[in-house]
Ligand binder design. Structure first.
Ligand code: PLP
Ligand code: COI
Length: 356
């Protein structure tokens, strides 16, 4: 949605920053939030002027619809600082657009582009000292919208809050990950909300993921809900599989999030001369490739996870190890993407967005 709105943003600064209490050497992921947040209310049928305020708790009536009917969507982005102290975003308009695609599916009013982009830029400049510079770290940005309207009637809310909050963060995963290919539970179904970044999609994954964690895996790889024969995506990442010298990833559908990292991986791989196939992948094909030793790599791709190599996968009570290989596509592509994100290399794709 790109209607003409006045992005006049009122700013209330913190009196005392908390930044000196933060241990930037041990950040973890999404644990500590920066000084300010952007807040924008939807009421009386329109989004009101956004404001930037000190980070604070939100007070809601117990009947607020978010608590009962889960009307909420979110985004995940990162801000980086280059060697000259410039603030950079990576393809932020894709996140802005996807937030509204998700919102529409959840019957949430779309947020004007100017509120999102102008608000985010002001917020980042205000909290720019919170952008960590250590390798692999960044300021994780979490834009989200939820139903704040009151009443137990199961119908769309008449009030919403759009908030952007930021967290200086390190890696999402530590080291390689072991995943379990799931056959019983489903993440999404045709006609459902799997393509949206809806809060409930993640809640529904927690229980099956807990079961996988108890068995020694970190993540579940979802298969299609109909046959459970095809690989779909992981809890917070799209999945790439290298068989021989071909990189394969499943097609986007109603059930799969259209990942921005996924699109970037495909473009970079093609630019590197790597053969990419976007097509359905049978679990059987991956098992066979593992058995005949043509399965070379599996990795997840996502904003939080960046490119996360998979060391092994489990399927029907058996584990399959991925080999250690020399010319690793995942590592090569990760370097190209992160070099663009941190402004260490030329960006021939036009993905960098300088916050001025
Ligand atoms: N799939 C799911 C379910 C996710 O939550 C994410 C994370 O955002 C992704 C894929 C990767 O998307 P992106 O690369 O846009 O972060
Ligand atoms: C992201 O990669 O930004 C995500 O939203 C994943 C999240 C569930 C941690």
């Amino acid at each position: 949605m790109n209607i003409a709105v006045d992005p006049m943003i009122k700013i209330e600064k913190v009196k005392n920053s908390r930044i000196n209490d933060v241990d930037f050497d041990n950040l973890g992921f999404g644990k500590v939030l920066s000084d300010h947040m952007l807040v924008c209310d939807y009421k009386y049928g329109k989004w009101q002027q956004p404001q930037i305020v000190p980070l604070q708790n939100i007070s809601l009536d117990p009947s607020a619809k978010i608590f009962h009917y889960g009307q909420s969507v979110f985004e995940g982005m990162k801000a980086y600082k280059d060697n000259n102290g410039q603030i950079l975003l990576f393809r932020p308009l894709d996140n802005q657009k996807r937030l509204n695609i998700s919102a529409k599916r959840l019957a949430i009013p779309e947020v004007p582009e100017a509120y999102f982009m102008e608000g985010l830029k002001i917020l980042l400049k205000l909290d720019s000292d919170w952008i960590p510079t250590a390798d692999g770290s960044s300021l994780y940005i979490r834009p989200f919208i939820f139903a704040s309207g009151e009443g137990f009637h199961a119908s769309p809310s008449d009030a919403y809050k759009f908030i952007i909050s930021c967290s200086p963060s390190g890696s999402y995963f530590s080291g390689k990950i072991k995943v379990l290919i799931e056959e019983k539970y489903s993440r999404s179904a045709n006609g459902g909300v799997g393509f949206a970044k809806a809060g409930g999609n993640y809640a529904g994954q927690f229980y099956p993921t807990q079961l996988a964690v108890e068995k020694g895996y970190q993540q579940v790889i979802w298969t299609d809900d109909n046959t459970h024969e095809y690989i779909e995506e992981a809890g917070a990442m799209n999945i790439f599989i290298r068989i021989g010298d071909t990189l394969i990833t499943g097609p986007i559908s109603d059930r799969i999030l259209d990942g921005i990292t996924r699109k970037s991986v495909i473009a970079i791989a093609e630019d590197e001369g790597i053969k990419v196939e976007v097509r359905k992948i049978k679990v059987k094909e991956v098992i066979e490739a593992s058995q005949n030793e043509t399965l070379k790599e599996m990795f997840g791709a996502g904003t939080a996870a960046v490119i996360s190599p998979i060391s092994a996968f489990g399927y029907r009570d058996k584990d399959y190890d991925l080999p250690k290989i020399e010319d690793n596509y995942g590592a090569r592509i990760k370097k190209r993407i992160t070099d663009i994100q941190y402004n260490r290399a030329e960006d021939k794709f036009g993905w960098q967005y300088l916050v001025e």
